[in-house]
Every structure is written in C-alpha cells, then in structure tokens.
Design a protein around this ligand. Structure first.
Ligand code: 9UX
Length: 71
C-alpha cells in the first residue's frame, strides 16, 4: 500500500515554484505529489518499494527548496 509524507516547504517565492516542484516530485517513480504554494506544504503518496522518504526530501533540496517533515 502507498505511504504518505507531508513536508513543509520553504523557498517557494511564487506560484510557479510550487508547480515546478510538483512536476519534479511527480517524475519520481511511484510518487503522487501535490504542492500548495499558499500553505507551503507538499503532500506525497508514494510506493515504499520504489522510493524512500530520504529520496523525496533530497529531490526537494535538489530542486532548490527545503522540506521539513511534518507528517
Ligand atoms: Mo517563480 Mo520559483 O518566478 O523557483 S518559479 S521564483
């Protein structure tokens, strides 16, 4: 079954940032992500056999943002 991860995202300064990050995350195998610019949160569903939470947080960092796990 899918697992969930919620991240507080810092560094998003315009709505396109959120759209860009969402695309980056959704390109990862087994990941379904939504990124909300207004709330500065990312909600992710992922297949634990395909990616790990560290991979998701690393992808956030590599995209130029910071993600803190909140759930
Ligand atoms: Mo907006 Mo974000 O012009 O990476 S896209 S600042």
């Amino acid at each position: 079954p899918p697992a969930t991860l919620e991240l507080a995202i810092s560094g998003m300064t315009c709505a396109a940032c959120a759209a860009r990050l969402e695309k980056v995350l959704n390109r990862l195998p087994g990941v379904d992500a939504t990124v909300n610019f207004a709330t500065e949160r990312a909600r992710l569903r992922y297949q634990p056999g395909l990616v790990l939470p560290e991979d998701l947080k690393q992808a956030v960092r590599r995209a130029g943002f910071e993600g803190i796990e909140t759930g």
